[in-house]
Design a protein. Structure first.
Length: 93
C-alpha cells in the first residue's frame, strides 16, 4: 500500500512504479476495478511504454474485475448499496 491524495492517472502510474521498485526483477499482475483512470490516459501510456507489443513479455499485466460481480469483487455490491442509499435519502442531509 502507498498513501495518495487521489487515485487518478498520474498517481496510478506512481503506484505501479512504487510496486516495480519493490520487486525490480518481477513481472506484476494487477487486479482491480474498472475505474476509468485505469483504462485510459497517462496510465495506459505508461503501460504501453514499459510493456511494448508482445503480451508474453509484459512487465505489468492488468486484470479487471467484472463490474457488479460479487463472486469476483464483493465490494462493488457494498458501493452500489451506499450510492443507492445516498440517491434515495440525500434530501434529508
Amino acid at each position: 500500500m502507498q498513501k495518495a491524495k487521489t487515485a487518478y492517472g498520474e498517481q496510478t502510474v506512481d503506484f505501479i512504479k512504487y510496486l516495480q521498485r519493490q520487486r525490480p526483477k518481477s513481472r506484476l499482475l494487477i487486479i482491480w476495478d474498472g475505474a476509468s483512470y485505469h483504462r485510459q490516459g497517462k496510465f495506459q501510456e505508461y503501460l504501453a511504454q514499459i510493456n511494448g507489443e508482445n503480451e508474453e513479455n509484459w512487465l505489468v499485466h492488468c486484470h479487471r474485475f467484472a463490474p457488479y460481480a460479487p463472486e469476483e469483487n464483493p465490494i462493488e455490491n457494498i458501493w452500489s448499496q451506499g450510492k443507492n442509499f445516498l440517491r434515495r435519502f440525500h434530501h434529508f442531509c
